[in-house]
Design a protein around this ligand. Structure first.
Ligand code: ZN
Length: 205
């Protein structure tokens, strides 16, 4: 892996400030990348030490009694942590839609109140997506195969971070298998080509 989420994105994720779809992409990468897991843990520790430095606040007079009074009462049930899905098989829970020759899209989360959506996209090796621009931030995690665009080459586990305003024309690299990516997008895509303009209303991207 050579491309990781930026420190700002990891921090925003830790603080719960990313749209849900983008958080899922970061979580997928974290499950695959020990280096970023360590960085995220460090970020959480720094956040904790900042909290410790805050001036003490006055508690209600009965706080201690109230906490002590809860000792021994049963804990609320905690669901066992489920492993984060990281493979195409685990994540592909919908149906694939044809969006162009050698290209399929599986919507996973519709655009929500945060204006973000989550999709899987599958592109045959050597195929190029029609050029398009983004109104908001795009986060992509490669699950299989590889792709390249104006910003670099991305392989399994890598995260591509598209800043708002990015215009690109990603191509699945000819590595012998489809490129499958988990993509969180924010805001509408701005399609350049006729194909993109044709497909956009159908799929709603
Ligand atoms: Zn990483």
């Amino acid at each position: 892996m050579t491309h990781h989420p930026s420190p700002a994105t990891l921090l925003a994720h830790a603080a719960g400030r990313l749209p849900v779809a983008h958080g899922i992409v970061v979580r997928t990468h974290l499950a695959l990348c020990a280096a970023c897991r360590a960085e995220a843990a460090l970020g959480a520790a720094i956040g904790g030490s900042l909290l410790e430095d805050l001036p003490p606040a006055t508690l209600a007079a009965d706080s201690l009694a109230s906490v002590l009074g809860r000792l021994g009462s049963p804990l609320p049930p905690v669901a066992p942590a489920r492993p984060v899905p990281t493979t195409v098989e685990q994540l592909a829970t919908g149906r694939w839609w044809w969006i162009g020759p050698g290209m399929r899209l599986m919507p996973l989360m519709k655009r929500g109140a945060d204006d973000a959506r989550l999709d899987l996209i599958k592109v045959a090796p050597g195929r190029r997506l029609p050029g398009h621009g983004h109104a908001g931030m795009e986060l992509t995690c490669v699950l299989r195969g590889a792709f390249g665009d104006e910003t670099g080459e991305y392989r399994a586990g890598d995260v591509a971070e598209g800043e708002p305003g990015l215009e690109h024309e990603p191509m699945a690299l000819p590595v012998g298998e489809d490129c499958v990516c988990l993509i969180a997008t924010e805001g509408r895509l701005r399609a350049h080509g006729w194909l993109a303009r044709l497909v956009q209303p159908l799929v709603g991207v």
